[in-house]
Design a protein around this ligand. Structure first.
Ligand code: PGA
Length: 256
């Protein structure tokens, strides 16, 4: 894992934006895996301001709530169009978000996997991390080999996401999420985490044992996993001096 510690969320976001922008410039028909939540918001804003050409880019979102209409302000369809897609020149047919209103959820999940394969697989998968270590909505104890499927959220995640809904009881209990096996097939993963409430999940993911108790810890097994952190999210890391040393001594030819 490549751990990139920056002084604040702005500079950590800047690093992540450079990685994604370079990918889109070098490979215009790139396939991106996208995330929602508060963490990637600044990244999406930065990417919008970079005026990149998204006309050939394909995207696959990690997850969606089950049963929220697309136009619901907290649906991830709504989130993505409001915060990114309507501001860039992406083609609607190139955008993929699991359909949480489908009649046959398991069929939609299988179809999602096929669509990712048909697109040639994901080049860079963007990830946030839950305070319990979830990636996508793969909650602790999720199978590390799981594929896109229905999951039940933990009470912790409902509590964490209540801030978006106003009331914890309004947070849907069920979601569709890419599986951990699906995420691990991306050619590169880029995880972002900011703030002290992520510090424990981050240290468990980066320096703890690989365990379904912290699904993000599987990224230790990924050949190209980059983790962009602010100081607070990095504050529990035992080897933070080493990560900074590596970053500061990167050979010029080796890009981030
Ligand atoms: P957040 O959520 O970005 O809103 O903190 C991250 C996650 O739950 O994966």
């Amino acid at each position: 894992m490549e751990i990139i510690i920056q002084s604040n969320p702005q500079t950590a976001t800047h690093v992540a934006a450079q990685i994604i922008a370079r990918q889109i410039r070098n490979y215009p028909s790139t396939v991106l895996g996208l995330a929602t939540g508060s963490t990637p918001l600044m990244l999406y804003q930065t990417l919008i301001e970079m005026n990149l050409d998204w006309s050939e880019v394909k995207t696959f979102n990690l997850d969606e709530y089950i049963g929220l209409p697309f136009e619901h302000p907290q649906s991830y369809h709504h989130f993505m169009w409001e915060n990114l897609f309507r501001h860039i020149n992406i083609r609607e047919q190139n955008v993929h978000i699991p359909d949480g209103n489908a009649e046959d959820i398991s069929q939609i999940c299988q179809q999602y996997e096929q669509l990712i394969k048909a697109a040639g697989g994901i080049d860079i998968q963007l990830l946030g991390i839950g305070s319990n270590g979830h990636v996508g909505f793969n909650e602790p104890t999720s199978s590390l080999a799981s594929r896109t499927r229905i999951k039940t959220l933990t009470q912790q995640t409902c509590h964490d996401n209540a801030r978006f809904f106003g009331n914890e009881n309004d947070v849907p209990r069920h979601v569709i999420t890419m599986g951990i096996g699906t995420i691990m097939e991306a050619r590169e993963v880029l995880m972002l985490a900011f703030g002290t409430n992520k510090a424990q999940a981050v240290v468990d993911a980066v320096e703890g044992p690989v365990s379904a108790m912290n699904p993000a810890s599987i990224l230790q097994m990924h050949p190209v996993a980059k983790v962009c952190l602010d100081e607070s999210a990095a504050s529990f890391l035992e080897k933070s001096e080493y990560y900074r040393w590596v970053y500061d001594n990167k050979p010029a030819w080796q890009e981030i």
